[in-house]
Design a protein around this ligand. Sequence first.
Ligand code: 5GP
Length: 208
Amino acid sequence: MSVKKEKGLLIVLSGPAGSGKGTVVKEILDRYPADFCLSVSATTRAPRPGEEHGVHYYFIDKPAFEERIGQGAMLEYAEYCGNYYGTPADYVQKQLEEGKNVILEIEVQGALKIKERFPDTLLVMVTPPSFSILEARLRGRGTNTEEDIKNRLAHSRWELSNLERYDYAVINEDGRAGDAADEIAAIVASEKKRTCRNKDFARIFFEN
Ligand code: 5GP
């Protein structure tokens, strides 16, 4: 029987600062390297110590970013804290065609734009167990000023107010990012079996 190659699923992972979504993404990539890949975003913000061009982000300047927007080379982009962040389209499309599930680790505005443009996208919000734990995590980092913590908490309230626009919420308990990664992999596996994502199943079945 000829089996049509299964396309990958586009997955957006969002979560407030302190949700640990970066660690969860790393666990997914470590545990399921054959099934998932991560899209590297472009940004106009300056690299932080230890960040590498092409690994953490493509660090480009504002005119170059705007040129790419004009060329339609960004799947989505958003302005966040005075900088542009965007998803280069070519990598994502190629990986999906090759059957890989592509993760975009992006904030809420970009996530909602992607969902509007590509309704098949799976939106997953990674959350801490509670708001008080989120606050404790932000304070525990010890690197943020009081004003910064207040701003991030206010922004988190807004982000979480959009929770119902996401398909799934996955709680990232302290020290349990691997469990959250397994949960997301299980969600993706069952989503890919949904009949609405396999509309040509019956045709292929009866033709073979
Ligand atoms: P940071 O500056 O801390 O690396 O990222 C700030 C925020 O931008 C995070 O919420 C991150 O998920 C989001 N972000 C990173 N890349 C993209 C992107 O390509 N598009 C959008 N819309 N947001 C992004």
